[in-house]
Design a protein around this ligand. Structure first.
Ligand code: UDP
Length: 233
């Protein structure tokens, strides 16, 4: 039998980093949560639904979900320049799209729900940790949702398919190089709300890569549910 590929940090290909999930971390917010994959730590705060200003931006048919993602300057080794960037705007947008399908936006016309996501420590997978935290924070805020959203990055290190890549793994250049594929899906379903691919992969491996998110998302969902249940004891 072929020896199983071991990653530099000792994990098996399908093994996630240690998950820490907690809700209620920001008392002044309507809902809040933190979600960590190892050294990647995201916090999310939800405010609303509340009236939207300026009024011309209101949508009389539904609530607007407005996400702001930011990687804080001290979260990475080379201090990041504060403020928005093309990267943060893109991640904010894809996070909005990843979460919107589960939120009952039609029940709150003319309003906005603000979701603030801050990465306080980054070691790759920040958009996925941010989506997991935001999904929990929306539930914690009591906003009607049809389900939670679970997100994980999968990828390829040379020829090996792996889940939840570290920054070192994302930067892996040897052999066939690395592939980073951020996935979000509605918990316990085959409905995907984010498929964001970076790198190169043979087309015949795409389905195998996507399948790696099956068990990973189940594990993430259990951690999210456990954290939410802890506050309704
Ligand atoms: N990163 C960084 N500085 C930046 C942006 C990113 O050091 O300005 C690091 C950080 O560890 C991040 C990783 O690069 O998690 C990968 O970033 P990417 O844009 O691929 O998004 P992510 O994997 O975090 O969702």
């Amino acid at each position: 039998m072929a020896k199983e590929f071991k990653r530099k940090d000792g994990r098996k290909p399908t093994e996630l980093r240690k998950i820490v999930a907690k809700v209620g971390v920001i008392p002044n917010a309507d809902g809040s949560a933190m979600f960590a994959f190892g050294d990647t730590v995201a916090i999310a705060a939800v405010y609303g639904p509340r009236l939207l200003h300026p009024k011309h931006m209101e949508d009389p048919t539904k609530c607007i979900l407005r996400v702001n993602y930011d990687l804080l300057p001290f979260s990475v080794h080379d201090r990041k320049k504060p403020g928005p960037s093309r990267r943060s705007q893109e991640i904010s947008k894809v996070t909005e799209w990843a979460l919107s399908p589960v939120v009952d936006l039609k029940s709150f016309p003319n309003t906005v729900i603000d979701v603030q996501i801050y990465i306080i420590q980054a070691d790759a997978g920040t958009r996925t940790a941010g989506i997991n935290a935001a999904s929990m924070a929306l539930a914690h805020a009591g906003i009607p949702m049809k389900n939670l959203v679970c997100s994980v990055a999968v990828g390829k290190l040379d020829k090996n398919l792996v889940v939840d890549l570290t920054k070192e793994e994302e930067d892996f250049e040897e052999g066939e190089g690395s592939t980073d594929f951020a996935i979000a899906r509605i918990a316990n379903t085959d409905e995907f709300t984010l498929l964001q691919f970076d790198g190169k992969v043979q087309p015949e491996l795409i389905n195998d890569l996507i399948s790696l998110s099956d068990n990973a998302c189940k594990e993430i969902y259990e951690a999210q549910k456990k954290a939410l249940k802890e506050i309704i004891k």
